[in-house]
Design a protein around this ligand. Structure first.
Ligand code: BG6
Length: 488
């Protein structure tokens, strides 16, 4: 049997993409709450109000500096999908019951920081927010579902941006650690698996999402990343002190990267693109900045002012496991002129692979490549915490015949099996992205669906919110029941 008896099968979500209840029970606004809806053609915008009372918006990417004195907030004339999500806030019992019916061993979720600290900088937490998550953990415990908690999944309290400029400000480290301390102590008996930051490697792509930054230059991003590294390392140490059983992981977006040709320039480009994300796992697993990054900063005249104390913190706070999202492979070419990828510039279409309607190249074998690359380099346990097919579904007679989704997961699980069986990779678990339909992060749409459970909710916020089991629901149930042996 490829998968260990305690392999963590399950699903993954993020608070801002499913909870809703954005202003209930004392919750403050998070950065996600000020990003209005978009679609395939229209980018989502971060909205703000200027001193004269007028509203403005800045596309999430490419990101440009926000006007000075702009206060990020909600523009009452626009629609914000995070405000209602799929109303998990009121449906969590029903949803967790459905996860249990599928046999989930694990549920990846995030805590919405601004539910616990509405502005981010308070000393005392909001009890109603803490109680909400405790209720969720109790519900999960009822079904023996292990929570995997992302502490910050693009959900910085927006006031940390308005007041402090986001993660470029060292004060935010202290606020984050106060938040972590609150979570680690309050949920000591419920949560063992933690992730410090979702996709920490995308600061340069979406500085507002990732770091609540109001500026976009490389130096500011480098400083914000350094502050997140320090915060993460201190959080790892704190988590271990509070409960030695705690397992704390990093999380990166980690697709496979291929070269278009055997041209040496393509190989160098691949190496550079690979380092753009490897840098993050290098620091967080090994505990120091790699030489290639130090040299790059020197060339670019970026001084991150890393002190000896900070170096020591990085060394002492290395992570227990590596988690990552995997959706696609990207093919890079030194003479690329077309891009099919959101994340990697210079990526071109791979003629051997099919792409989703949202332009992602479907590549199960790439997952095996990535698992091996990560394990060969670090030899610590891996966790696939996001993988899935985002596409449109048609609800007919109360269900969705989503054979395409079954096929996608089957092929990815087959490659996980090979990585474990044939290559000896250590894999803790697999939580598929958006196990229940939720709001898309990049476009804010509902019609880009990933779930085994269909939610009647549309892009414009209409719909009954009723839940329906798709065909893949029963399929995944069978996969889990057979511990990955029965994939038919
Ligand atoms: C990951 C994020 O990058 O991709 C998730 O961690 C996100 O929050 C997921 O939802 C899928 O992207 P999208 O845009 O299809 O929702």
């Amino acid at each position: 049997m490829a998968f260990s008896e305690d392999f963590l099968w399950g699903g993954a979500t993020a608070a801002n993409q499913l909870e809703g209840g954005y202003n209930l029970d004392g919750k403050g606004l998070s950065t996600a709450d000020v990003i209005c809806v978009g679609n395939v053609n229209t980018k989502r915008k971060i909205t703000y109000q200027l001193k004269d009372g007028s509203y403005g918006g800045q596309e999430i990417m490419p990101y440009h500096d926000l006007p000075e004195n702009a206060k990020c907030t909600v523009d009452p004339s626009l629609y914000y999908p995070s405000h209602d999500g799929i109303d998990f806030y009121h449906h969590y019992k029903e949803d967790i019951q459905l996860f249990a019916e599928m046999g989930f061993k694990c549920f990846r979720m995030s805590i919405n920081w601004s539910r616990i600290f509405p502005n981010g900088d308070e000393e005392k937490p909001n009890e109603a927010g803490l109680q909400f998550y405790e209720n969720i953990f109790k519900e999960l415990k009822k079904y023996n579902i292990e929570p995997l908690v992302t502490i910050c999944h693009y959900e910085n309290p927006v006031e940390l941006s308005n007041k402090y400029g986001g993660w470029i400000n060292k004060k935010v480290i202290g606020f984050y650690l106060n938040y972590c301390h609150t979570l680690f102590t309050r949920y000591k008996d419920y949560v063992k698996y933690w992730i410090t930051f979702n996709e920490i490697n995308i600061m340069n792509v979406v500085p507002f999402y990732s770091g609540a930054l109001r500026v976009s230059d490389e130096k500011s991003c480098a400083l914000a990343v350094k502050n997140q590294f320090i915060a993460s390392s201190k959080a790892v140490q704190m988590a271990h002190e509070i409960n030695p059983d705690n397992m704390v992981g990093l999380m990166i977006a980690n697709g496979a990267i291929y070269t278009n040709t055997c041209h040496p320039d393509d190989q160098i480009l691949r190496m550079e693109k690979d380092r753009e994300r490897r840098f993050y796992s290098d620091v967080m697993v090994r505990g120091y900045y790699p030489n290639y990054k130090i040299k790059e900063y020197e060339r670019k005249n970026i001084d991150i002012q890393l002190t000896d104390d900070e170096k020591d913190i990085l060394k002492k706070g290395t992570v227990d496991f590596i988690s990552f999202s995997y959706y696609e492979s990207m093919t890079v070419s030194h003479d690329a002129n077309g891009s099919t990828s959101n994340i990697i510039s210079g990526a071109i279409k791979n003629p051997y692979l099919e792409t989703t309607a949202w332009g992602r190249a479907i590549d199960p074998q790439g997952l095996r490549v990535v698992l091996n690359e990560l394990y060969d380099r670090y030899q610590i346990p891996l966790f696939i915490v996001e993988n899935g097919l985002g596409t449109t579904d048609e609800l007919v007679n109360g269900t969705v015949e989503d054979d395409y989704r079954i096929d996608y997961h089957r092929k990815h699980i087959e490659q996980m099996k090979k990585a474990i069986d044939e290559d000896g990779v250590e894999l803790l678990g697999y939580t598929t992205w958006g196990c229940i339909d939720l709001v898309s992060a990049v476009t804010g749409e509902m019609k880009k669906r990933y779930g085994f459970i269909y939610v009647d909710r549309n892009n414009d916020g209409s719909g009954s919110l009723k839940r329906y089991k798709k065909k893949s629901f029963d399929w995944y149930k069978k996969v889990i029941a057979s511990n990955g042996e029965d994939l038919d």
